[in-house]
Design a protein around this ligand. Structure first.
Ligand code: E4P
Length: 217
């Protein structure tokens, strides 16, 4: 399972990269705004900085909602760095743009996916990644994990190569459940990855080992 971090925070990205587990980064306009990154030039400069920190790929989301502008914007984003993946909303023009980028060999991430039907369309147009929003479905009392299982089954039935990128991850149990179901990738905050480290028996065991070592020295 690949681990992506869902943030535009450069410190968190650098920490995840240094931790040795980072396979990529996903961003969105809200995450950029949260870091105070506004205005096209600043946003572009920020993507470049992220690409300098990480070795994996970086999803950069288009703001346009019509096919022609999505293509223009996506091509400009993809031209910034070979690590960039063009992130497109799962709307009709997004599907058309995804088909176009697939033909050009440009990687895509179809975002804002909330149903198996939407995920099927993304696979049909050759999306590199499909991003079902697990946490946001859970927030409205709908089983987000069930959606990921459905997508897994559909993609396996037909051998679709689109990778399932479980998004809107909120905590470690989401990560573990997604790994059990066979999600290819997870993207979430740094805490959802770092918290996988935690177990009180590890801390108690280590303290005891160090204490016993000192007794013999
Ligand atoms: C996906 O790529 C999105 O950036 C994302 O995971 C949104 O998650 P949220 O529901 O925590 O905003």
């Amino acid at each position: 399972m690949n681990f992506f971090i869902d943030t535009a925070n450069l410190e968190d990205i650098a920490e995840a990269q240094a931790f040795g587990i980072l396979d990529g980064v996903t961003t969105n306009p809200s995450l950029m705004a949260k870091e105070g990154i506004t205005g096209d030039d600043n946003i572009i400069a920020h993507y470049k900085k992220i690409c300098e920190i990480v070795e994996g790929n970086v999803s950069a989301e288009v703001i346009s909602t019509d096919f022609e502008d999505m293509v223009k914007e996506g091509e400009a984003l993809a031209g910034l760095n070979s690590q960039i993946v063009v992130k497109l909303p799962l709307i009709a023009d997004g599907i058309k743009a995804c088909k176009y980028f697939s033909g050009q060999g440009i990687k895509t991430n179809m975002t804002l996916v909330f149903s198996a039907g939407q995920a099927l369309l993304a696979a049909k147009v050759g999306a590199t990644y499909v991003s079902p929003f697990l946490g946001r479905l859970d927030d409205v009392s709908t089983d987000g994990l069930h959606l990921i299982s459905e997508i897994r089954q559909i993609y396996d039935n037909y051998g679709f190569e689109t990778q399932i990128l479980a998004a809107s991850i909120r905590h470690t149990m989401h990560v573990i459940h997604c790994a059990k179901i066979g999600s290819d990738i997870m993207t979430g905050p740094l805490s959802s990855i770092k918290d996988l480290l935690k177990h009180p028996l590890t801390d108690i065991g280590l303290a005891k080992f160090l204490e016993d070592y000192k007794k013999g020295n």
